[in-house]
Design a protein around this ligand. Structure first.
Ligand SMILES: [Zn+2]
Length: 187
């Protein structure tokens, strides 16, 4: 996986390119399955991270886990949701989450603008990308990270408005919900 850019210094790593030690999964099971499908061992590829079929294989492995869990939840008539990475593109690129193809009942993308060194406006763009990618399959609740707002409740209110304006069904709040936060959540 690739960490959001603002976390690189915290962990003392530079992930401006994909690093083998953080790039999963090259276990026997995955390599064998991929070999069955394509006749190739991913370890023999010079740049496996640039191979479309290997990337697709990786997305599908994760889709398979999530959709198996979703099937079990639905068998028991329970809804299932996930807090995923912020946009379909970022999620696929940095953690191989192909979440628009998951059989969820709702999604709460962690649209943590500070993690990506973005402005509050970006929250609206991220919601727009997610909603368009989902084509109405299930609702999206924009995940807002309270510490990234540094106590700026006007910005928090703006974020909620941007999320709803861009098609979010609501927001999900990550952090300490105080009275001021509750007030800022009112549209
Ligand atoms: Zn594996």
């Amino acid at each position: 996986m690739i960490l959001p850019v603002n976390l690189w210094s915290k962990y003392g790593i530079d992930q401006s390119k994909e690093l083998p030690e953080y790039d999963f999964c090259y276990c026997e099971t995955c390599r064998n399955l991929y070999r069955q499908q394509t006749g190739k061992d991913p370890l023999d590829l010079e740049h496996p991270d640039q191979s479309p079929s290997w990337r697709r294989f990786r997305y599908e492995r994760i889709n398979n886990v999530v959709n198996t869990l979703a099937g079990v939840a639905h068998q028991h008539k329970k809804p299932i949701s996930a807090a995923v990475f912020p946009t379909p593109e970022i999620a696929k690129r940095i953690v191989r989450q192909d979440w628009t193809n998951w059989n969820l009942d709702a999604v709460m993308p962690m649209i943590y603008h500070g993690f990506y060194r973005e402005n509050v406006d970006w929250i609206g763009n991220a919601v727009d990308e997610g909603v368009k990618g989902l084509h109405g399959k299930f609702p999206l609740f924009a995940g807002l990270f309270l510490p990234d707002f540094n106590g700026n409740y006007a910005d928090l209110n703006l974020a909620v408005n941007l999320a709803v304006k861009n098609g979010a069904a609501g927001v999900s709040i990550f952090g300490d919900v105080t009275q001021e936060v509750l007030k800022a959540l009112k549209l």
